[in-house]
Design a protein around this ligand. Structure first.
Ligand code: ARG
Length: 459
């Protein structure tokens, strides 16, 4: 049968431009495993309900297994003659077993079929992203562990602010990734709902066992409204949003790696294996990989915006616009997987210049907050302490000195409360040790967080 499944009411041949323009087979062939699995579950259920005989059921199932094998091995011609993957599988089935194959679509529409396939596909994508997040978290924890004692400036407004541990900085990304994981798990919960049985839009005249199909395909639940089931692409948007936030996190880390490996910062170095050179400037070693991750973030945001815009004006139920959900989904899924994968490896290759990082806290008055806290301990209200230290910083700047270089007599002109014990408080290398409160950058806290993170990753 070379004609269309829907050819009955048409008098004219389809224009070849329409065939090409309308077809999704070029990209949705990637759903073949999901499509065949879904068809097998539907077929078994039709058998169970007596809509197909036992023999019919097993003949169809065997043929579907064969089609899957042929697609696995690229043995089937996939061209625009088949509108989409659903048509390809069904037509191939009919070619193989004749008119019996024409019974498979009983009680089903491509509308619920495609919703099913995409849900199964998103489910698989989420598993893969979760694995990728885990690998990246492992790399971050290892880096934090190896650099537990390295001090560095923490920044706000990109100005030196207060000393922190490098490990604390790295573990901040661990936390972001943990939230990303929960976002994807959340998405999985809403994705894992089985739409088959909605048929075109209103359900079916057949007494389909939807619960059985859900069990067969490991869905947690069945959809509760047939019109919603074939109209909804929220779960794809959830995935794209989760992917966008994840990419934003990867992009910020990338930006820091790029910055830190400049000569100006000189904090970090990405190994040669993860850098590239210039075709004209022989000395160059460029951080292309983090740059590309930063760049690809824009394209994942684009995928999200594209589908948002596609969906916003659609009346219920299925509209062909929705075929546009696939390329953005595939693009985002591929991009996120690739970025997570390479970032997890690249991180293992990063080395830090401990000396340079630690010495960067010596200038820039990163201990000024601690000095204000010292004055509070001596009885000054914080606002006054802040003012006093501000004046001391101004004085030190004019004298081209650090706070620790001022004499006690000089310091006392700013506040009579200042004593000899002040010098401990103007040593920036002691600042992190004072921050052993939960969530702070104190070495004990950070050590504890590393332990917890390790435990979490073992689960
Ligand atoms: N290729 C279509 C899509 O991806 C499948 C559903 C088509 N349904 C229809 N009634 N034309 O959205």
């Amino acid at each position: 049968m070379s004609g269309k499944f829907w050819g009955g009411r048409f008098k004219e041949e389809t224009n070849t431009l329409v065939d090409q323009f309308n077809a999704s087979i070029g990209f949705d062939r990637r759903l073949y495993e999901q499509d065949i699995k879904g068809s097998m579950a539907h077929c078994k259920m039709l058998g169970e309900k007596g809509i197909l005989s036992e023999e019919e059921t097993s003949t169809i199932l065997e043929a579907l297994v064969e089609i899957k094998r042929e697609l696995d091995h690229n043995e089937l011609q996939v061209n625009e003659e088949y509108e989409d993957i659903h048509t390809l599988v069904e037509k191939t089935l009919i070619e193989k077993i004749g008119p019996l194959g024409e019974k498979l679509h009983t009680g089903r529409s491509r509308n619920d079929q495609v919703a099913l396939d995409v849900r199964m596909y998103v489910r698989d994508c989420i598993q893969s992203v979760l694995q990728g997040i885990r690998n990246m978290q492992k790399s971050l924890v290892s880096l934090a562990e190896q650099n537990q004692d390295v001090l560095m400036p923490g920044y706000t407004h990109m100005q030196r602010a207060q000393p922190v541990l490098l490990a604390h900085h790295l573990l901040a990304y661990f936390e972001m990734l943990r939230r990303d994981r929960t976002r994807f798990q959340d998405t999985l919960g809403r994705t894992n709902v089985m739409p088959l049985g909605a048929a075109a839009l209103s359900g079916s005249t057949f007494d389909l066992d939807r619960e059985m199909v859900a069990r067969e395909l490991s869905f947690d639940a069945i959809s509760r409204n047939s019109m919603d089931a074939v109209s909804d692409r929220d779960f794809v948007l959830d995935f794209l949003y989760s992917a966008s936030v994840l990419m934003m996190h990867l992009s910020r880390l990338s930006e820091e790696l790029i910055l830190w490996s400049t000569q100006e910062f000189g904090f970090a170095s990405i190994s040669d294996a993860f850098c590239t050179g210039s075709s004209i400037m022989p000395q160059k070693k460029n951080p292309d990989i983090p740059e590309l991750i930063r760049g690809k973030t824009g394209r994942v945001y684009g995928d999200l915006m594209a589908l948002f815009t596609t969906m916003k004006g659609l009346p219920l139920c299925y509209n062909k616009d929705m075929q546009e959900d696939k390329e953005v989904l595939f693009d985002a899924a591929d991009t996120v997987d690739a970025c997570l994968n390479i970032m997890a490896s690249l991180l293992k290759s990063v080395s830090f210049d401990r000396e340079r990082m630690s010495s960067a806290i010596q200038t820039g008055f990163l201990e000024a907050t601690d000095l204000a806290d010292y004055l509070v301990r001596k009885g000054l209200p914080f606002r006054q302490a802040h003012e006093v230290v501000g004046k001391m910083v101004l004085f030190a700047l004019q004298e081209k000195k650090e706070l620790r270089d001022l004499t006690l007599a000089q310091m006392k002109t700013f506040s009579r409360q200042i004593d000899q014990d002040v010098y401990e408080w103007v040593d920036p290398s002691l600042c992190v040790k004072r921050r052993e409160l939960p969530g702070g950058t104190g070495p004990g806290q950070v050590k504890e967080r590393i332990k917890e993170a390790r435990k979490e990753l073992e689960k």
